[in-house]
Write a protein that binds this ligand. Structure first.
Ligand code: FAD
Length: 247
């Protein structure tokens, strides 16, 4: 069986709390195949009675980065797999995973840009892999903008890393919109992604733009159709849907 679809044992080497509902997990996976930013893995858990549950998680790390394979999991309270990651999994534990999986929703440096990345909630995860990959290009990196829709500032994943990257002045711009709760004195955006917001962010980029949109079903449908209305060719828009609920 090709390496790509083979289940492998992955050992958790580090757990990091990102936000009150999100944790990142670094895995040591011997001989994990080369992956592209935007791809995901399947994770399989097996209970002592043999019951198995399987879910997909995007790869957050960059293929050329220094670290291990990293996944970032948002806790869904009544879920099966994400609470297991949050409440049970510790450093040294092992899970089964297979991958990398996914074709169209990938970006590598050879594809150029400028890049418009739009993420809702944990939909930022594969976009982070792309941004980490882009950061490795140094001066050759194409302009990139991340439009990130989050319920509140506390729930912005990778906040420090994103703010640092945006202050680096290397052609990366960060726009955060907080849809449910804004901190005292917040003077940023506080509404769902709309046409005016997208027009502003697209205005910071040159043409032609490659767009990657990831999040809940509702977020992806809405942002992708706004981008088409804005005049982006449909073939320049790539989407990944994580699940049912809205941001
Ligand atoms: C290609 C792909 C990549 C993904 N990457 C990530 C990732 O990087 N990080 C991440 O946290 N998740 C990611 N997901 C979602 C993930 O696969 C699971 O669906 C999610 O973790 C919920 O699983 P669960 O077992 O905890 O909940 P389940 O037991 O599957 O569901 C419990 C309840 O939550 C609802 N639900 C399921 N998924 C979601 C969701 N995403 N948002 C809101 N409600 C939901 C269900 O309808 C159900 O009512 C990805 C999904 C896909 C298809």
């Amino acid at each position: 069986m090709p390496e790509m679809v083979r289940w492998q044992i992955a050992t958790v080497v580090r757990v990091r709390t990102e936000t009150p509902h999100v944790k990142s997990f670094e895995f040591a996976v011997p001989n994990f195949p080369k992956y592209r930013p935007g791809q995901h893995v399947d994770v399989r858990l097996t209970a002592p009675d043999g019951y198995q549950a399987q879910r997909s998680y995007s790869i957050a790390s960059a293929p050329d980065g220094p670290g291990n394979l990293e996944l970032t999991v948002e806790l869904i309270d009544d879920g099966e797999v994400s609470p297991y990651f949050h409440e049970v999994v510790r450093e040294g534990d092992q899970v089964e995973l297979r991958g990398p999986i996914g074709g169209p929703f990938t970006w590598t440096t050879g594809q150029g840009g400028p890049l418009l990345l739009a993420g809702g909630g944990s939909g930022v995860v594969p976009l982070m892999s792309m941004l980490r990959h882009r950061a490795g290009m140094g001066e050759d990196a194409p302009p990139a903008a991340l439009l990130y829709s989050s319920r509140s500032l506390d729930e912005v994943i990778y906040r420090e890393e994103l703010e640092r990257a945006a202050s680096d002045d290397d052609g990366f711009g960060l726009t955060v919109t907080l849809t449910r709760q804004q901190p005292e004195g917040w003077n940023g955006l506080s509404r769902r992604v709309d046409a005016a917001m997208l027009a502003d962010v697209l205005g910071t980029l040159g043409h032609p733009v490659l767009a990657y949109v990831c999040g809940s079903n509702g977020f992806v449908e809405s942002v992708a159709s706004l981008l088409v209305d804005h005049g982006l060719p449909p073939e320049s828009i790539r989407t990944e849907r994580f699940g049912p609920s809205g941001t």
